[in-house]
Design a protein around this ligand. Structure first.
Ligand SMILES: Nc1ncnc2c1ncn2[C@@H]1O[C@H](COP(=O)(O)OP(=O)(O)OP(=O)(O)O)[C@@H](O)[C@H]1O
Length: 274
């Protein structure tokens, strides 16, 4: 439902005032703690049109305006083959939020379905990432910022443990293996999804939700929804469970695991040094 539209200035003010505690501070904390931005950077902010990336774009605009660092921004959106209404909504939202987005076309929806009709989502995600890196490079950027948030991070940890039989977190930043010199950053790392939802509703924006024409990522989607529900259940007993899951990635004791893999995939068993 589209609500009364506040002005861009009102939205920007609310981000650093009303949402200071829940969005602005955790955003700047992640930027500083993980050293995500340095002077001279040119950052491509990837906008899918969803609530998270729209919020991320506003955070970056405010950081450039109020922060001490000097950096450039590009706002990029890849149209993977959205239906015209979705494409239009993306344009309307960016316009209402004062985000000068550059939209480029691709046929990723169609290509991933043609190449792997059974499981197009995996391919689609990989092609999407590659496409965004390539666009960022074309625009002379050295960083690509994505809208993943705190809940994405902790859900990923549990998805990996409960369904993937591995312990892996989503990293706040990483170097691209295929695009040398490009880094991926996730500045909403400490921002809760609920806060993003509130902010976007307050801004009177109707974000794109699932714009996928396949909607075949049901399995991934339903597992993630299940994990989300699970975390909400546990939060009733332990409101800090989310932080606990996040912190678990900072407290891994190598002396108390059976085996671990290093960056090259080399395995070490506890028996090797017993
Ligand atoms: N078509 C796209 N164009 C540009 N960036 C994209 C696109 N799709 C995804 N991204 C980037 O990748 C991130 C993660 O994608 P994902 O599909 O998980 O998010 P989403 O649920 O579609 O949208 P959002 O994260 O914006 O709410 C997005 O936050 C955004 O930064």
């Amino acid at each position: 439902m589209i609500q009364t539209q506040p002005s861009v200035q009102d939205i920007e003010r609310s981000l650093i005032k009303g949402y200071r505690r829940y969005i602005w501070r955790p955003f700047t904390r992640a930027i500083n703690e993980f050293e995500m931005v340095t002077d001279g950077d040119k950052i491509a902010v990837a906008i899918s049109g969803g609530k998270d990336s729209l919020t991320l774009a506003k955070c970056f605009q405010e950081l450039r305006r109020h922060g001490k660092m000097h950096f450039d921004l590009e706002f990029i959106a890849m149209d993977p083959g959205y239906i015209p209404e979705k494409r239009r909504l993306l344009e309307i939202d960016c316009d209402a939020l004062g985000i000068p987005v550059k939209i480029h076309d691709s046929n990723i929806f169609e290509a991933s379905q043609t190449m792997d009709a059974q499981n197009p989502c995996y391919l689609c995600a990989r092609m999407r990432r590659g496409n965004l890196y390539a666009k960022a490079r074309e625009l002379g950027c050295n960083k690509l910022a994505l809208g993943h948030h705190f809940d994405d991070v902790i859900e990923t940890v549990l998805l990996n443990v409960l369904f993937g039989a591995n312990y892996k977190t989503m990293m706040p930043k990483l170097r691209s293996a295929n695009f040398e010199g490009l880094e991926l950053i996730r500045p909403l790392y400490y921002v809760r999804e609920a806060s993003v939802k509130n902010f976007v509703a307050h801004a009177g924006i109707e974000p794109l939700d699932c714009a996928c024409v396949v909607s075949a990522n049901k399995e991934e989607g339903s597992m993630r929804a299940y994990i989300k529900g699970l975390i909400q259940q546990i939060e009733k007993k332990n409101p800090n469970v989310g932080i606990s899951i996040l912190r678990s990635a900072q407290n891994v004791e190598l002396g108390a695991v059976l085996e671990y893999k290093d960056k090259q995939g080399e395995r070490t068993s506890f028996l090797d040094n017993y």
